[in-house]
Design a protein around this ligand. Structure first.
Ligand SMILES: Cc1cc2nc3c(=O)[nH]c(=O)nc-3n(C[C@H](O)[C@H](O)[C@H](O)COP(=O)(O)OP(=O)(O)OC[C@H]3O[C@@H](n4cnc5c(N)ncnc54)[C@H](O)[C@@H]3O)c2cc1C
Length: 483
């Protein structure tokens, strides 16, 4: 009998194709090669670089029962606590089995990231943060860099500037993916298994997949679709639907006050006011320079963002002001990062050496701004515990009177910050058809997958990255082993 040649062996190798080199795709590729070193793993990435939205993420990963939490000891974080919190936030909209896996495997995911060399700190009871923020880079970069290096080391091949746009089936099995290259030609990649990890339909047009802005926000919203160029455009959902996969919860959208806008009406590429308010302890005004919301609700969509949306609706305006001082800049890495990233030149951050100068740039009455800040500062002079207007905790770390020049202002508006539906999947990450049956050879992870399954109907910061690493690992492993 003829011995098998190298090219025969190569042809026989199980082919795993990953669509998307963001957090979920990279985690899938690494897990696939760890589970079965004898596969041929290729990652298709539409952009010229890896990372996706994951690379610009703050880097907070929600996880429970981790080694770090146990070492600290005083944090009593169990899976049961975490699930309870998720259910409350998610309004019990989850699939309990999927939520159990999402949280149950979160600790392993953190250990796995640490074992690969990611630098991750314990932030608080439920949250960890990847470290590079301290070097002026988003924490997500630290995660994607390590995963990319590991995937390459294990033998994954990367095809950049290659956009997957069609799934090919034979006898009800996935056999290939057709993709468009930069020069417009179509290339067919054979595959025994495909992991869809394109970042979801974040950047898909309004109206597509039923994602319409609700009527009450129509006049006040700044951006009705994902603002980040790195965000998925819904390719995986489109491709999967075309071969009979079920899409679920596509109309579940989140709107948050995360978007910065300049006086030309241009929106910034990056947003995320939550950390800005928590670390910088800036204050929020409507355009009449009245405070109306407790800024410390920054991680609660219901209390902060919905409060801002209601105020904007009431006043039929499209942005609120957030104002801070030099001490805020010193306290908040994010502000320093924005400033270094040219946000002043682009008009997203206004600066004044005095409140008068700042007011001129904001085109508001200086006396009104001075009086509003004076009133806020007086609460501190009076030694109050809570601000009598909006209930802010004045004794909280970093909350301070705005006294130190220069002073800064930023316009913040409402954007569609998340589209949480996606491709229906089971606990093994198999993509499901309309009869809830797995489509052989097809898997999904990260934002491509319907996140209502584990997140429910709420917004809990830090869970998008958990989804990448928990579900990405499951998808990669199963794709590699043909499970
Ligand atoms: C500013 C910001 C901060 C955030 N901070 C946090 C945080 O701290 N914690 C948290 O949990 N979540 C955070 N999130 C959300 C989190 O980043 C996402 O949920 C997560 O990164 C999604 O990962 P992913 O791998 O599914 O998608 P991505 O990381 O976006 O990766 C998808 C990849 O697929 C590629 N792609 C798309 N279409 C195709 C195609 N047709 N063919 C080939 N490639 C394709 C994309 O170019 C991209 O590289 C943040 C989001 C933003 C925008």
């Amino acid at each position: 009998m003829r011995e098998m040649s190298e090219s025969d062996k190569k042809a026989q190798k199980r082919k795993v194709l990953v669509v998307g080199a963001g957090g979920a795709g990279l985690a899938s590729a690494v897990a696939a090669l760890q589970a079965n070193a004898d596969i041929d793993c290729t990652v298709l990435e539409v952009r010229a670089e890896y990372g996706g939205v994951t690379a610009i993420a703050t880097g907070t990963v929600r996880a429970c029962d981790t080694r770090m939490q146990k070492e600290v000891g005083r944090l009593k974080v169990t899976k049961e606590d975490a699930i309870k919190q998720y259910l409350e936030f998610g309004k019990h909209g989850q699939d309990l089995n999927m939520l159990e896996i999402h949280m149950g495997k979160s600790s392993d995911a953190i250990d796995w990231l640490l074992s690969l060399g990611c630098k991750i700190d314990l932030l608080s009871d439920y949250r960890h943060q990847s470290r590079p923020w301290k070097e002026g880079l988003p924490g997500g970069t630290g995660l994607t860099e390590v995963l990319f290096r590991e995937a390459e080391k294990l033998g994954a091949k990367f095809q950049f500037e290659t956009r997957a746009n069609e799934l090919v089936m034979q006898d009800r099995r996935i056999t290939a993916v057709k993709a468009l290259t930069k020069d417009g030609s179509t290339v067919t990649f054979e595959a025994d298994a495909v992991v869809l990890a394109d970042g979801g339909y974040w950047g898909a047009a309004e109206g597509e997949f039923d994602c319409d802005v609700p009527d009450h926000l129509r006049n006040v919203i700044l951006i009705s679709r994902g603002a980040y160029p790195q965000g998925g455009k819904g390719d995986a959902a489109r491709m999967a639907e075309a071969i009979g996969a079920e899409l679920q919860d596509m109309d579940k959208l989140d709107y948050t006050a995360q978007c910065y806008v300049n006086d030309k009406g241009e929106c910034s590429e990056s947003g995320g006011t939550a950390t800005l308010w928590s670390d910088a302890s800036g204050i929020i005004f409507n355009q009449n320079l009245e405070r109306f919301v407790n800024e410390d609700y920054c991680f609660s969509k219901e209390k902060l963002t919905d409060g801002i949306a209601k105020e904007l609706e009431r006043r039929q305006e499209r942005f609120v002001w957030t104002v801070w001082d030099e001490k805020s800049r010193e306290d908040a890495w994010r502000i320093r990062y924005y400033i270094e990233d040219g946000y002043i030149g682009k008009g997203f951050i206004l600066v004044g050496n005095t409140l008068q100068e700042l007011a001129d740039k904001m085109k508001v009455e200086p006396e009104k701004l001075e009086s509003a800040i004076r009133q806020y500062n007086q609460y501190f002079e009076q030694g109050l515990e809570k601000d009598p207007l909006c209930g802010r905790d004045l004794k909280r770390e970093k909350v301070h009177p705005l006294l130190k020049p220069p002073f800064y202002a930023m316009r913040c508006g409402i954007q569609c910050s998340n589209r949480r539906g996606g491709i229906a999947a089971d606990a093994m990450t198999h993509v499901l058809d309309k009869k809830k049956q797995p489509i052989p050879g097809l898997y999904t992870a990260g934002s491509s997958m319907n996140s209502v399954l584990f997140d429910g109907l709420g917004w809990l910061g830090g869970t998008g990255l958990t989804a990448c690493f928990v579900w990405g690992r499951i998808a990669g492993t199963n794709a590699a082993l043909g499970k």
